[in-house]
Design a protein around this ligand. Structure first.
Ligand SMILES: [Cu+2]
Length: 190
């Protein structure tokens, strides 16, 4: 890339970032209903790629359920840790929310210990399609993730018969820890 193109890009990105920020200050407060979800994180043996392996599931599925809200709702999400001897966490990726609800263990939210339930509560201040995932060790790679859909206050502008969310991810029958260990020894291994 020529230096002039880099400058051009930078010149474009800055006003866009500034606009996005001005926009978030204008957002109306949450005044919608409380929308509740219960998410149970557990260990299971499933065959996502033809061979029975240990996976982590949310409410028995991999990926976890799609959480649906409308802009202005209040999310109340109870996360139950049914894992044996392993803490967990859920980070609501990309959502603007109070720091204490961000779900990053040891940084913003305490880890959810085995047998514990943690209740998250936050207003949905903007619309969009996002995802959530565990922020503990390599639990995300083992299956702890799912989609979040926040409809705009006035509903979707584009009318459709059905709103379908596709979650794409890699899967390997290798243990995530093994993949990590191998990559640390030589990044060209795979
Ligand atoms: Cu994330």
């Amino acid at each position: 890339m020529k230096p002039s193109s880099i400058l051009f890009l930078t010149a474009w990105l800055l006003p866009v970032a500034a606009l996005a920020c001005a926009d978030c200050k204008k957002k109306k407060p949450a005044n919608g209903p409380v929308v509740e979800y219960d998410l149970r994180i557990a260990e299971q043996t499933l065959s996502p790629a033809g061979k029975p392996v240990r996976v982590l599931t949310i409410n028995g599925s991999l990926p976890g359920p799609t959480l649906r809200f409308r802009e202005g709702d209040v999310a109340r999400i109870r996360v139950h840790n049914d894992l044996k001897g392993e803490s967990t966490s859920t980070h609501w990726h990309g959502l603007l929310l109070p720091n204490s609800q961000d779900g990053v263990p040891h940084v913003t939210t305490p880890p959810i210990l085995p047998g514990q339930t943690h209740t998250f509560e936050f207003p949905l201040r903007h619309s969009g399609t996002y995802w959530y995932h565990s922020h503990t060790h390599l639990q995300e790679q083992a299956g702890i993730y799912g989609a979040i859909v926040v409809l705009p206050r006035g509903g979707e502008k584009v009318k459709a018969d059905r709103d379908q969310v596709l979650v794409l991810s890699d899967w390997t029958n290798e243990k995530p820890e093994e993949v990590h260990r191998t990559l640390m020894r030589g990044s060209d291994y795979y």
